[in-house]
Ligand binder design. Structure first.
Ligand code: NI
Length: 231
């Protein structure tokens, strides 16, 4: 499932986040690449231990915690501490690759299986030319370029690339989620069901009556989640 999650960062957090990362000292993106992706990767990345990276990361993490849409779509068990990348000048693209299946963070000293890949855009689409995130999967080829503060999430099993930025800078945060529900198909079913239940609840005044079908459907949702989730 590919999903657009609007406004993970509110305007103030976005402004602060941008100020932090724009002024920081960027490094070659190959610092976190695997062998295959190192060949395809030509961008810059913010070293994780910079104070600016720490503060910016916290802004993203707080935004995620407030996003009900992210929570229900990703059903996060572990979230990799967000990283930041930048595409401009000579270091402006990242060719086709699949993200490494397992990542370890030096901050948490823990393994994260990458089920869901996430990108939070920090620059506006008008600020740069090119730089589309192109994702190829069972849903076909999708080109993604979102307003600053918005996020896209997609299955980490997808082949994807960032096309060359030919003008301006494309700055984003990216990270991975290990989901409580490993299967993308199951996550999608749960997400569809949860969204439909929320709509039904909003539409029917007696949604919380004890015999309401909404209550019965909600219990189906939770019982499915109980079967499939691994916490
Ligand atoms: Ni990637």
């Amino acid at each position: 499932m590919l999903l657009h999650v609007p406004q993970v960062l509110d305007p103030l957090s976005l402004m602060r986040c941008r100020a932090l990362v724009e002024q920081a000292e960027w490094a070659d993106g190959s610092i976190t690449a695997g062998t295959q992706s190192a060949r395809a990767k030509n961008n810059r990345q913010l070293p994780e231990d910079l104070p600016a990276a720490r503060e910016a990361r916290q802004l993203i993490v707080s935004g995620l915690a407030k996003s009900a849409l992210f929570m229900t779509a990703a059903l996060p068990k572990k979230t990799y501490p967000p990283l930041f990348n930048r595409y401009d000048g000579e270091m402006n693209a990242f060719g086709n690759h699949v993200d490494n299946a397992i990542r370890t963070s030096k901050f948490t000293n823990d393994w994260v299986r990458t089920d869901v890949s996430c990108t939070v855009f920090l620059t506006e689409p008008e600020e740069y030319e090119g730089g589309d995130l192109v994702i190829e999967d069972t849903f076909g080829v999708q080109r993604v370029k979102l307003p600053a503060g918005d996020m896209v999430l997609y299955p980490s099993s997808s082949v994807h690339r960032v096309e060359a930025v030919t003008r301006g800078s494309r700055i984003a945060s990216f990270f991975w989620v290990e989901s409580m529900v490993r299967s993308d198909e199951r996550r999608r079913l749960l997400f569809e069901m949860d969204m439909a239940i929320m709509e039904l609840r909003a539409q029917s005044p007696d949604a919380d009556d004890e015999n309401s079908p909404v209550v019965r459907l909600t219990s189906c949702y939770h019982n499915l989640l109980r079967q499939w989730a691994d916490t």
